[in-house]
Design a protein around this ligand. Structure first.
Ligand SMILES: NC(=O)N[C@@H](CC(=O)O)C(=O)O
Ligand SMILES: [Zn+2]
Ligand SMILES: [Zn+2]
Length: 345
C-alpha cells in the first residue's frame, strides 16, 4: 500500500446545475474538493451579480453537513452584461470570473455571445480591473468541422482578442487539442488552461468505435490520440499554466441516451482516482498536487488549501457507483474503462 498526500484539490470548472440535480451531485464534489469555479449555464443563465449571489446560497444550502466547500461564482457573459455590475460583483469578492460561451457552442449556451464587439465594453473593464475571462473556446460556424472548432477559435477569436486586450486574463477552459496546449505554452502572460479528467483518458474512439457511446460525448468533443497525449504531457509537466477543471457536467440518462443526446460527462465522483492513475502512468505522481491543488489557486490569486487529502493505492479496485441517483433522475458516472486502484482515504 502506498499513500500520496496532497493539499486538498479545487475544481476550476464545474457544473452543479440546480434543484434536485444540484442536491444529487454536490456531495461528490464537496467530499474531495475545497472549492470549485461554478459554471453559470443554468436555464436561465446566471448573468448578474444578484443571480450569482442567489445561486451561491442555493449551492451552500445543498452542501451536506460536515463538508466544507466554497463555490466560486462566475457570470455568464451576454451582449448586454453591465460592466458596473461585473465590477461591483468582483470587488465584493462574490464574482471570481466571467464566462464566455459563443452562442450555440455547447449545452445551454443559447444566450451566449453572437457578436464579441458588443461585449467589448465589459471585456475592457475586466482587463482594467483584473477579472478573469473563462472561455468555452470553440467557434460555432456550421461550416467548421466539429473537430477543428477549438483550433479555429484560437486563430479567429482568441488570438485577436488577446492582441486587442493584452491585459485581459483568460482561462482557456477544457483544452482538448495540441493546438490549444501549444498556444498556451507560447503565451508570455495572462493565459492559462484548464484540462478535464476525461480528456486525459479518452480519445474520440471512446465515443465512436464499436457503437455510439453517448456517455463519452462532451463538448469540446474528445479529439484523436495525438491530442490526448499533448494534454497529458501538459497536465503532468508541472507547468503553472495548466490545472484541473473537471468539467463534470451531469445530465440525466434519458437526455443522453436518445437520438440527439446532450454533451457532458459526469466525473466528480471518481476524478481523483482517475487522475492519480493517469499521473502514475506518466511517472508523475509527484506533480499531481501542482495540477489539482497549486496551479489553479496561483492563477486565480487565491490561497492554496491548508487541508490535505490522502490518496491510497489499494489492492482491490476502488468501488464507485455506475450511476448516481438524483431527484432529477439517474446520472451515469464516467467509466475510464480500466479499474482504479487509487482511493481517496
Ligand atoms: N462540457 C460539456 O459537454 N457540457 C457542459 C457545457 C460545457 O462545458 O461546454 C454542460 O453544461 O453540460
Ligand atoms: Zn464548455
Ligand atoms: Zn463545462
Amino acid at each position: 500500500m502506498q499513500d500520496l498526500v496532497i493539499r486538498r484539490p479545487d475544481d476550476w470548472h464545474l457544473h452543479l446545475r440546480d434543484g434536485g440535480m444540484l442536491r444529487g451531485v454536490i456531495a461528490d464534489t464537496s467530499r474531495h474538493f475545497a472549492r470549485a469555479i461554478i459554471m453559470p449555464n443554468l436555464v436561465p443563465p446566471v448573468v448578474t451579480a444578484a443571480d450569482a449571489a442567489a445561486y451561491r446560497e442555493r449551492i451552500l444550502a445543498a452542501v451536506p453537513a460536515g463538508h466544507r466547500f466554497e463555490p466560486l461564482m462566475t457570470l455568464y457573459l451576454t451582449e448586454s452584461t453591465d460592466p458596473d455590475d461585473v465590477e461591483a460583483g468582483f470587488r465584493s469578492g462574490l464574482v471570481k470570473a466571467v464566462k464566455l460561451y459563443p452562442a450555440g457552442a455547447t449545452t445551454n449556451s443559447a444566450s451566449g455571445v453572437r457578436d464579441l464587439e458588443k461585449a467589448m465594453p465589459v471585456l475592457e473593464r475586466m482587463a482594467e480591473i483584473g477579472v478573469p475571462l473563462c472561455v468555452h473556446g470553440e467557434v460555432t460556424a456550421a461550416d467548421v468541422d466539429i473537430f477543428d472548432r477549438e483550433a479555429v477559435f484560437i486563430e479567429t477569436v482568441l488570438d485577436p482578442l488577446r492582441r486587442r486586450l493584452p491585459d485581459l486574463r483568460i482561462t482557456m477552459e477544457h483544452v482538448t487539442t495540441k493546438d490549444g496546449i501549444d498556444y498556451i505554452k507560447a503565451s508570455r502572460a495572462n493565459l492559462a488552461g484548464s484540462i478535464t479528467t476525461h480528456h486525459l483518458i479518452i480519445n474520440r474512439n471512446a465515443i465512436l468505435a464499436g457503437g455510439i457511446k453517448p456517455h463519452y460525448y462532451c463538448l469540446p468533443v474528445a479529439k484523436r490520440e495525438s491530442h490526448r497525449l499533448a494534454l497529458r504531457a501538459a497536465a503532468v509537466s508541472g507547468d503553472v499554466r495548466f490545472f484541473l477543471g473537471t468539467d463534470s457536467a451531469p445530465h440525466v440518462d434519458p437526455l443522453k441516451e436518445c437520438a440527439c443526446g446532450c454533451a457532458g460527462i459526469y466525473t466528480s465522483i471518481n476524478t481523483l482516482s482517475c487522475l492519480a492513475h493517469v499521473f502514475e502512468e506518466e511517472g508523475a505522481l509527484d506533480r499531481l498536487e501542482a495540477f489539482t491543488s497549486l496551479n489553479g489557486p496561483a492563477w486565480y490569486g487565491l490561497p492554496v488549501n491548508e487541508e490535505i487529502v490522502t490518496l491510497r493505492n489499494q489492492k482491490e479496485p476502488v468501488r464507485y457507483p455506475a450511476k448516481v441517483e438524483t431527484e432529477a433522475g439517474p446520472v451515469t458516472v464516467f467509466d475510464p474503462m480500466f479499474p482504479l486502484y487509487w482511493a481517496v482515504a
